[in-house]
Design a protein around this ligand. Structure first.
Ligand SMILES: Cc1ncc(C[n+]2csc(CCOP(=O)(O)OP(=O)(O)O)c2C)c(N)n1
Ligand SMILES: [Mg+2]
Length: 357
């Protein structure tokens, strides 16, 4: 086969959709999965509002809310099998919680703890990653190692639209395709990288199109349609596990809140834009569809709300008390063999000779 033949015969299967893939209002509902997605969305929305409130009370240092993006978060978590791995960014605490991480543990890092706050191996969730896109080469490495060992594991790496401009994104996708690593990349394209709009980030027709250059399929999906995101990710993860290699998925969504509680989004975006996206809120969209098909009763909706309130109360209780701290930890893990200066400082600190904070 010549290069030209390959282009003609294989490109159509690689090209992403021109319109985002959707299921709400278009596909018959899955009566087991869709209500499950709904309950997770209700919990997710409450988790986001509660965590943001905790920043205002000084109980949490910072919180990058995923309000508006919950469909991506819960669909990502629920598409993974128990043996799979999740590689989240700082905005993906909700995906981690939906995967089963205790809600307060997911906030350890954002609370200012010096370590991740949970055991990544126990939960198969890598540490929430703040340096943009650096989680992706790690995701590929784990996926490639699993494949070499013959482990039946797929890996899902999450990244934002801004993160796709990083070298790590390129390196991760390039190696993933060359090695046919069992990894799926989910770009949550929320249109903004803090105050930088997508138009200043890339001139590509879509982020999903970038897949073609790496030699993997690209999918474009409505990121506010939880069943659609779940469907596309499940398909890609199954393909990865079956040895079919990586997939790049772009989910179109919107961050309704500011970048974090420390950001003022009114300085760079219009209220009209936010209002337009609020009208596409993933939660009422799924709720309407479930009710239309008789898959959600008032009692079930109330039970979901009560469950979400319980989650929020648990979070308040967990973050309302100060964690026990060992001040000498400041000196641990700095060097394998502490320097004389560190030893001196540690001794002064312990003795209270001007070293105490
Ligand atoms: C390597 C690196 N450069 C810069 C930053 C500062 N920074 C933090 S968030 C952010 C914007 C990221 O936008 P995007 O990838 O779209 O994710 P979103 O916040 O929208 O979820 C930037 C530039 C960083 N964390 N890491
Ligand atoms: Mg973004």
């Amino acid at each position: 086969m010549t290069v030209q033949d390959a282009t003609v015969t294989e490109l159509p299967t690689l090209l992403p959709e021109s319109e985002p893939f959707r299921m709400l209002g278009q596909s018959p509902p899955d009566s087991a999965l869709w209500p499950r997605l709904y309950t997770a969305l209700v919990r997710g929305r409450r988790y986001n509002t509660q965590a943001t409130t905790l920043t205002r009370q000084g109980r949490l240092a910072v919180y990058p809310s995923s309000t508006g993006q919950e469909a991506c978060q819960v669909a990502a978590a629920l598409a993974l099998g128990p043996r799979d791995w999740l590689f989240p960014s700082y905005r993906d605490t909700l995906a981690a919680v939906t995967r089963g991480l205790p809600p307060a543990a997911a906030l350890g890092l954002l609370r200012g703890d010096w370590h991740t706050g949970y055991d990544p191996h126990a939960h198969r969730i890598a540490p929430l990653c703040t340096p943009l896109a650096t989680q992706l080469p790690h995701a590929v490495g784990l996926a490639h190692a699993a494949r070499l060992r013959g482990d039946d594991v797929a890996v899902l790496g999450l990244v934002g639209d801004g993160g796709t401009s990083e070298g790590d994104f390129h390196e991760a996708l390039n190696f993933a395709a060359v090695w046919r690593a069992p990894v799926v990349f989910l770009v949550q394209n929320n249109g903004w990288a803090i105050s930088v709009p997508l138009a200043k980030q890339t001139a590509a027709p879509s982020i999903a199109h970038k897949a073609i250059g790496y030699g993997m399929p690209g999918r474009l999906v409505d990121g506010n349609d939880a069943p659609a995101v779940h469907h596309v990710l499940t398909e890609a993860l199954d393909r990865a596990r079956a040895g079919g290699g990586p997939t790049l998925v772009e989910a179109l969504t919107y961050r309704v809140d500011a970048h974090t509680n420390a950001d003022d989004a009114t300085r760079y975006r219009d209220d009209a834009e936010v209002a337009a996206w609020r009208a596409r809120d993933p939660l009422p969209r799924l709720e309407r569809e479930l009710r239309r098909h008789g898959l959600l009763t008032d009692d079930a909706a109330e039970a979901a709300r009560a469950d979400a309130e319980e989650l929020a109360a648990g979070l308040r209780a967990a973050l309302g008390s100060d964690p026990p701290l060992a001040p000498a930890d400041l000196f641990a893990h700095v060097y394998a063999t502490p320097t004389p200066q560190l030893r001196e400082q540690a001794a002064g600190f312990g003795g209270g000779a001007g070293g105490a904070p």
